[in-house]
Design a protein around this ligand. Structure first.
Ligand SMILES: [Zn+2]
Length: 165
């Protein structure tokens, strides 16, 4: 576990995902700093340091168009969320409009979340608060690069807030 590390630009935008060994090399050469670390320490014969989960480059790297917003798709919402945003289950995932379509809600990254069939049926034509349900995470608009990273890698909870920004 925690064998991969999220690399942020100096601006805190997500840039890439690298093996922990590569992240440590950047840290030791003072090219990056630790932003989030795991509870346990990383130890070897010559070294004891925090186990990095998220690091930030000291120097800004230009990423251009990859920082643009990713286009909305239903499949994208399922990839972004990976689990029901009401109960946390991962079976039978559907798309829930947080503000229902019939009440003016949009089909957008920030109004759609993954929800399992039972939660979707229970919420029905209501807002979460009306149904006594709470979203586990605010739905966010990913950028191209952040979306590519979150799609290609198992969701690491410590990464989430940086991919969402
Ligand atoms: Zn559910």
């Amino acid at each position: 576990m925690h064998s991969r590390v999220l690399v942020l630009n100096a601006s805190f935008e997500p840039l890439s995902v690298v093996p922990v060994r590569r992240a440590v090399a950047l840290l030791l050469r003072n090219k990056a700093e630790v932003v989030e670390a795991a509870e346990r320490a990383l130890r070897s014969m010559s070294l004891s340091m925090e186990w990095p989960l998220v690091i930030r480059l000291v120097y800004y790297v230009r990423i251009g168009s990859l920082a643009r917003p990713a286009p909305f798709t239903r499949r994208g919402v399922l990839l972004r969320d990976r689990s029901c945003q009401y109960c946390g289950g991962s079976a039978d995932l559907t798309i829930d409009h947080v503000q229902p379509l019939s009440r003016g809600g949009a089909s957008s990254w920030t109004n759609c979340v993954a929800a399992c069939g039972p939660c979707n049926r229970r919420k029905a034509n209501r807002l979460p608060a009306e149904a006594g349900m709470v979203l586990r995470h605010e739905p966010y608009q990913p950028r191209y690069l952040a979306f590519a990273l979150v799609s290609a890698n198992p969701a690491e909870e410590a990464w989430r807030k940086y991919l969402a920004s």
